[in-house]
Design a protein. Structure first.
Length: 131
């Protein structure tokens, strides 16, 4: 459901990207920054496309550069209604394994309409944990 809804947004994004002198260089990514919201709170996300070429911003789209992240990669199953719960579960599993989540999450389609791959950002070893 999440991946299927992205398709309607991605077509105009890719058209603007090509007209702006660039090309897509990987799968679309849903970016979440900051701690995941609690139950009943809204989730703010950004839709991003990795790009190559001399891309110029155009219209309602912006070009930004993000730094690579150290991350734990995991499959996030289930329908859209379960997404937030599954993200919280992934963060808890990371903590149980001794990692400290950085508050960044990238979601990528991994095949099928309900399959997402999560990249949960973690702090490098020795970095103070987030409150």
């Amino acid at each position: 459901e999440v991946v299927a809804s992205l398709r309607h947004t991605l077509v105009p994004m890719k058209l603007v990207l090509v007209r702006g002198g660039g090309a897509s260089d990987g799968p679309p990514q849903v970016l979440l920054a900051g701690p995941p919201p609690g139950p009943g709170e809204s989730l703010e996300v950004k839709l991003a496309l990795p790009v190559r070429g001399a891309v110029r911003a155009s219209g309602r789209y912006k070009v930004f550069t993000s730094e690579p992240i150290t991350a734990i990669r995991a499959s996030i199953p289930g329908p859209a209604e379960q997404l937030l719960h599954n993200v919280h579960d992934l963060a808890e599993r990371a903590r149980a394994a001794g990692h400290s989540p950085s508050g960044e999450l990238r979601l990528l389609p991994s095949g099928g309409d309900e399959a997402l791959e999560g990249l949960l950002g973690i702090l490098p070893e020795g970095t103070p944990q987030l409150p």
